[in-house]
Design a protein around this ligand. Structure first.
Ligand code: NAD
Length: 250
């Protein structure tokens, strides 16, 4: 297999499972040196073991809670060189109507997605600016494109991430730092299963123009492309592998 990311050091937040794990493994297979981050040590170690089995590479583990924002950003600043940051960690919306979203739930959503993405990026910038290169890949959501009922706090947090993406692309272009976002459509992960029954998943899947939900790897291919030199002239974009869902609505 070609190794287009050889020599690149990549941090994927929330890569102890779900999509983040899939991104970490694919990026490692393409030659990157991985830093696997999560709040759950056992899950992060499982990802590291998977990477070792598939590539022989020993990835670095970083355990921190994004909501403990100072500890989280200090741990990132201490990593040294990070060429590519994937702001992936997230929490799901769990089908809550406006009346069901209290301040605690609202704050967790914005702390993990918005504060986490902002301050992780702030922590890697000094050395990216010094090197005059870098790639920041934010994970937004199809819900930030079309909205969705019963998950407005999640859609709003993901919309903020799209806003960061476009603004940072402009602000960081002089240092040749690319900033893009991937806005996944529906993918069956723990997050999806926590808010939808298997019957709901099957019903919704039938409505997808391309016939199925995305698989984690469908999202990882977009992430790996944005991490590669093939996208050196692409910045401020939000790309959305979503099974064609936005063509028809969902
Ligand atoms: N699954 C989907 O259909 C879908 C669709 C659109 C966007 N997304 C986004 O993709 C990303 C990954 O989602 P997923 O489906 O893999 O979810 P997931 O729940 O399977 O994985 C999320 C990971 O983030 C970690 N995490 C959560 N809170 C954390 C914290 N406070 N500190 C550190 N780590 C924390 C979890 O431990 C977990 O490993 C998220 O940003 C999510 O919003 C997912």
């Amino acid at each position: 297999m070609e190794k287009p990311l050889e020599g690149k050091r990549v941090l994927v937040t929330g890569s102890g499972g779900g999509l983040g794990r899939s991104h970490a493994v694919l990026l490692a297979e393409r030659g990157a040196e991985l830093i696997v981050h999560d709040i759950k040590p056992d899950n992060a170690n499982e990802t590291v073991e998977l990477i070792r089995k598939k590539t022989g590479q020993l990835a670095t583990v970083l355990i921190s809670n994004i909501r403990e924002i100072e500890e989280f950003t200090t741990s990132i600043s201490n990593l040294g060189k990070v060429d590519i940051l994937v702001n992936n960690a997230g929490v799901g919306g769990k089908g809550r109507k406006i009346e069901d979203i209290d301040i605690k739930i609202f704050d967790e959503m914005f702390e993990v997605h918005v504060r986490g993405t902002f301050f992780a990026t702030q922590a890697v910038l000094p050395q990216m600016k010094k090197n005059e290169s870098g790639k920041i890949i934010n994970i937004s959501s199809i819900f930030a494109m079309g909205g969705h009922d019963s998950v407005s706090h999640y859609a709003a947090a993901k919309s903020a991430i799209s806003g960061f993406t476009k603004s940072w692309a402009k602000e960081l272009a002089p240092w040749r730092i690319n900033v893009n976002a991937v806005a996944p459509g529906f993918v069956e992960t723990d997050m999806t299963r926590a808010s939808m029954s298997q019957d709901d998943i099957k019903d919704l899947e039938k409505k997808m123009p391309l016939g199925r939900f995305c698989k984690p790897i469908d999202i990882s291919y977009a992430v790996a492309w944005l991490a590669s030199a093939e996208t050196d002239m692409l910045s401020g974009q939000v790309i959305s592998p979503n099974s064609g869902a936005v063509i028809v609505g969902y």
